[in-house]
Ligand binder design. Sequence first.
Ligand SMILES: [Zn+2]
Length: 358
Amino acid sequence: MQIGEDFRRRLEAVLRCPTAPFHEGNVHRVLRDAVAASPRLRARKDAFGNLLVSYGPGRPPLLFACHTDHPALEAAGDGTAVIRGGIRPKALKGARLRHLDGSLAGVRAGAVVRDGRPAVVRIEGGRLRRGTPLVLDLPKPTIGRQIRARAIDDLLAVAACLAMFDRLAAARWKGSVGALFTRAEEVGFAGALGWVRTTRAPRTTTVVNLEMSSARPHTPQGMGPILRVGDRITCFAQEVLAELEVTATALARKDKSFRWQRALMDGGACEATVYAHAGFRTGALCLPLMNYHNHAPEGGVTREYVAAADAENLVRWMTAYARGFKTVDGRRARDRRLEALWRENRTALAGTAREANR
Ligand SMILES: [Zn+2]
């Protein structure tokens, strides 16, 4: 399956951005440019720099949420660097590092100083000012049957949101939907925790969190985006999951290349737990990711990747859900299924009631 041209353009713009927890400016610049270029989009940032982009009029009843950072390092000023986010320090040994402007920093990650939270590694080859963010030096993003980049997690979701807006605009859709772009997820949901504490979005708002999650034997790449029923902490709102399922089933009926999976991804927690705990109507979608947080299977670091078909199907799913929002009835499909089962056996059940209790 080919990914749409609109999506490809968005991926090219977003995936090349070096980004780090607390240093997401490159990604947010792309977002602000996208908003400036489209009369249908508006952006609002909160006190913590989280960005809410709305399509259409009024307050969007549905938000897709994703984060704009990726694990990275931060120079401590004493010849070491702190790892911000979940990269194993041993995997970094010998890795070349770049500055946020993309230039080579002229240094490499060295021996592990501390393997804890946060982990610390030695920096070899030069001194850097305290607080300097550093990203891994990895090959440029490529888009083929697989989409490979330093920060698929979660920049692919950022591009997916922009592609969804593109498709809604191309269809001249008149409704309203938003995308929430949060900062500093990798250090512990910092942006999302700030947003739920200050937003005036009503708790009736539906939030669908978008993540890249380590592919598992039961959720392989190429089998479609995953309806994530929960994470390590929370099970998400079953009404939202039912709506997403109805949407996916309808898409699959119309289009044989649309695939989707359903799973509890309890390998880790995600920001959906933050939104659910704050009382929002919460669902989650994710893509099966390889080389999670840049860990190469043979050791060392490498680019993350997803199957392009899964990514394209994610955008189709989001777009269809946004368009059908409030008209899809998650309950009805289940109602019908259970009603049919009931009708099959109710006579036999009633007819044998006395016998069973004799
Ligand atoms: Zn991550």
